[in-house]
Design a protein around this ligand. Structure first.
Ligand code: UDP
Length: 238
């Protein structure tokens, strides 16, 4: 599609969003900047922007094939992608298969414990408040989405989990947990937005449990670039 990149609308921690000459489309531009702990830890992961852009697009295309609606339109360059203009629903939608991270801390469960069923939780996207957990009643009470939209978001989240879990199992990778975001098209349709990458998912090697995601950066484990590359290589080898 032929669109012109116009002014920057927004700069987030990992991406910039630009307007285009068509109001129905935005261009996202992925950076190498990495942050953790709500911006307290900052760094650069060389090549991350390119990997996250390409990997997200592969995941969105796969999900579309399985009937999940997404904001993805087409990749424009190594770091740039054309997406449908959406209004982001200010929720972090977190699905977990295995206990890790804040779930393990909050409930005193060892990392790596297989959960009896996939779980879903929401956080309010608000850096000033430190993205607090928020429940269904609160979401509806605040009018963030309505009941029908909330049900759609839950269905979407578990569908994404089913598709991704199977896909990564085929690459010898366990999908521990992930965060997604939903967006609303002008006609109100809810679609999957933002990104799906090692920044937003936990991936463990199925045999060794080696971490192949942003926890290597968060926890100073070393081999950060290599982990992103490893996941990306396995996806490409398929
Ligand atoms: N996550 C994310 N952005 C956030 C918080 C979490 O992408 O602002 C992802 C994270 O990479 C992990 C999952 O959501 O795959 C669950 O994260 P958790 O709640 O355990 O938080 P963390 O331990 O990262 O603080």
């Amino acid at each position: 599609m032929n669109v012109k990149k116009l002014e920057q609308l927004y700069e987030g921690k990992a991406k910039k969003v630009f307007a285009t000459d068509n109001p129905e489309y935005y261009i996202v531009d992925y950076k190498d900047d990495a942050t953790a702990f709500n911006g307290l830890k900052k760094g650069t992961i060389t090549g991350k922007g390119v990997i996250n852009n390409k990997m997200s697009n592969i995941m969105f295309a796969l999900l579309e094939k399985h009937g999940v609606k997404t904001h993805f339109v087409e990749q424009l360059s190594d770091r740039e992608t054309l997406v449908k203009a959406v209004k982001i629903v200010p929720l972090e939608i977190i699905v977990r298969n295995v206990a890790a991270g804040s779930f393990s801390k909050r409930y005193g469960v060892e990392e790596g414990r297989e959960l009896k069923n996939p779980t879903l939780e929401f956080s309010l996207k608000n850096d000033e408040l430190n993205d607090p957990l928020i429940n269904d009643y609160h979401i509806l009470a605040l009018g963030i989405v309505n009941e029908k939209e909330l049900a759609e978001i839950k269905t979407l989240a578990f569908k994404v989990n089913d598709v991704m879990r199977e896909f990564f199992a085929g690459l010898g990778v366990k999908l521990i947990d992930f965060k997604i975001e939903a967006g609303k098209l002008p006609d109100g349709t809810i679609v999957l937005a933002d990104e799906i990458s090692p920044d937003t998912c936990r991936f463990w090697d199925a045999k060794t449990n080696e971490k192949l995601d942003k926890d290597r950066f968060r926890r100073d484990l070393g081999g950060v670039e290599e982990a992103y590359q490893e996941i990306f290589s396995r996806i490409n080898a398929k």
